[in-house]
Ligand binder design. Structure first.
Ligand SMILES: [Zn+2]
Length: 508
């Protein structure tokens, strides 16, 4: 986990210049008091200060980061793309502003660290991912990074960070969405020590491998260089991630925060069906070997299989949304989200059709059973239509349970934050007035994968979910209320203060 290469080296890939890493001296308690001379004078004033750092600055930075895109008309940042490099540069600067020592590792993750009271104690890791899907919203991934920076900034400026019993490290992971290489968690798997060497040979749509992409960004891009990024489990105390819920459950309950108890397992398939390419006007229907109807029939069969599996397991009926995965034990959701044909012309019978299948549930045995059924069904359809098909399992991730200790702490911190903020946000209707006495942070199952899944192989993990409007995510319509952002960063701060309080208790 030693610093390997400064973020400037990543930029160098584009501009061919070098610069040195910036190491920012940690803010002293004296300087922080000087900057925040009014703190503690009035309770209202105190909270308004929090608002400036924990809400307003995070909101402004989310918007700034949301405009860092590889596309002109929508948000897209993929692994090691120019926009991803630029975003990493911004994040590194914000980490330094919070008083963190920063570096970029050999897979493009941006790190910022405070040593706390004991440099040899296992570290508390915080973070999320800086990459995005295509046509993304502002909050997925970025929210977890920026709320962590804000909470640590307050902790540091309050002069509490040097008392913290663990080093605190924020990591902005370089790849979680897997858009470029059709595989997820490149950044967090390297840190967790589960990065498989063959991943360096996986190619993107232009034929550029992960290894080559790293090398062109001035990283070594070797098995050895990635292997060195693995953290010693004994050096880590836990990993905590704030993330938008990406589903409508919290909104439906009128609550801004929830705590994740488990993340659903996931399988991603790539199905390739090959037939006979031909002229759309000259080949009779009974003489065709057309892969497109085979793909269409397969996709409908997948929907039926998964709907049937969900009903059989007692899950919600037929509504294949994240919300069902987030709530119904054993429910399963299946999605065909990408399809391509070759040569893709209106007057040509395609020679090849490729589509993806995404299968998720928190029940690993149900997922495996369903995937096998899908594979069997597709093979049967292809055989009946005289076309060939190959099915590759591109990604597998087992379901994951969060650390109950961390989850309990997060739940208490979330409750504290919601109750603290309630008097300051009546006009925003954070919760109904009538519900004030019943505010709580519900436990949820995540149907979406997160870096916490990869990090669970290294250490105990905890996740805080934040309400998003309409449950919409992976869309430019993705939105989180400003005050919900405030609640999440305050909850993270209260979580860390709770850990700090443990040390005070032990020393009494
Ligand atoms: Zn995400």
């Amino acid at each position: 986990m030693a610093p390997v290469v400064c973020f400037g080296a990543l930029v160098v890939a584009l501009v061919f210049t070098l610069r040195t890493c910036h190491v920012v001296a940690l803010l002293t308690e004296a300087s922080s008091r000087q900057s925040f001379s009014g703190w503690g004078m009035q309770e209202t004033d105190y909270n308004m200060r929090y608002q400036a750092l924990l809400r307003d600055e995070v909101v402004a930075r989310l918007k700034q980061l949301g405009n860092v895109s590889d596309a002109n008309d929508f948000l897209q940042r993929t692994f090691l793309s120019p926009a991803a490099v630029k975003a990493g540069h911004l994040i590194e600067a914000w980490m330094q502003d919070a008083g963190l020592l920063t570096w970029v590792d050999d897979i493009g993750n941006v790190h910022g660290r405070l040593e706390g009271a004991n440099v040899s104690a296992p570290a508390l890791l915080l973070g999320s991912h800086l990459d995005t899907v295509i046509d993304a919203g502002y909050y997925d991934g970025a929210l977890g990074i920026l709320t962590a920076i804000a909470a640590v900034k307050v902790l540091n400026r309050e002069g509490k960070s040097h008392l913290f019993p663990h080093p605190i490290e924020i990591i902005a992971f370089s790849d979680e969405e897997g858009v470029r290489f059709q595989t997820t968690f490149l950044g967090s798997q390297a840190v967790a020590g589960t990065f498989q060497p063959h991943m360096l040979d996986v190619a993107d749509k232009r034929g550029i491998t992960v290894g080559a992409a790293l090398q062109s960004a001035s990283f070594e891009g070797t098995v050895e260089s990635v292997d060195k990024l693995k953290y010693d489990p004994a050096s880590v105390w836990g990993y905590v991630e704030v993330h938008i819920e990406q589903g409508p459950v919290l909104e439906a309950q009128g609550l801004p925060l929830g705590v994740v108890e488990a993340i659903a397992g996931q399988t991603r398939l790539m199905v390739t069906i090959r037939g006979s390419q031909g002229h759309a006007g000259t080949v009779p229907m009974n003489l065709r070997k057309d892969p497109m109807p085979a793909a269409a029939q397969s996709i409908v069969a997948i929907e039926q299989l998964c709907t049937h599996s969900e009903k059989a397991s007692g899950g919600s009926h037929g509504t294949s949304t994240m919300s069902t995965a987030a709530n119904s034990a054993g429910s399963i959701v299946c999605t065909v989200g990408e399809i391509h044909s070759w040569p893709g012309a209106s007057n040509v019978i395609p020679g090849e059709v490729i589509f993806t299948v995404d299968v998720r549930t928190k029940d690993d045995s149900l997922r495996e059973h369903t995937v096998v059924s899908i594979e069997h069904s597709i093979q049967t359809i292809c055989k009946g239509r005289g076309v060939s098909c190959t099915i590759e399992r591109k990604h597998e991730a087992a379901a994951m349970s969060c650390g109950p200790g961390l989850s309990d702490r997060l739940q208490a911190a979330a409750l504290t934050a919601m109750q603290e903020l309630h008097p300051f946000r009546r006009s925003v209707s954070m919760v109904d007035e009538s519900q004030y006495d019943t505010i709580f942070a519900p436990m949820l199952v995540s149907g979406a994968g997160h870096d916490a899944m990869a990090m669970s192989h290294l250490t105990q993990v905890g996740m805080l979910f934040v309400r998003c409007t309409g449950g919409i995510s992976h869309s430019p319509a993705e939105h989180v209320l400003d005050d919900d952002i405030w609640a999440s960063s305050l909850a993270l701060l209260r979580f860390m203060e709770g850990v700090l309080g443990d040390l005070s208790f032990l020393n009494m």
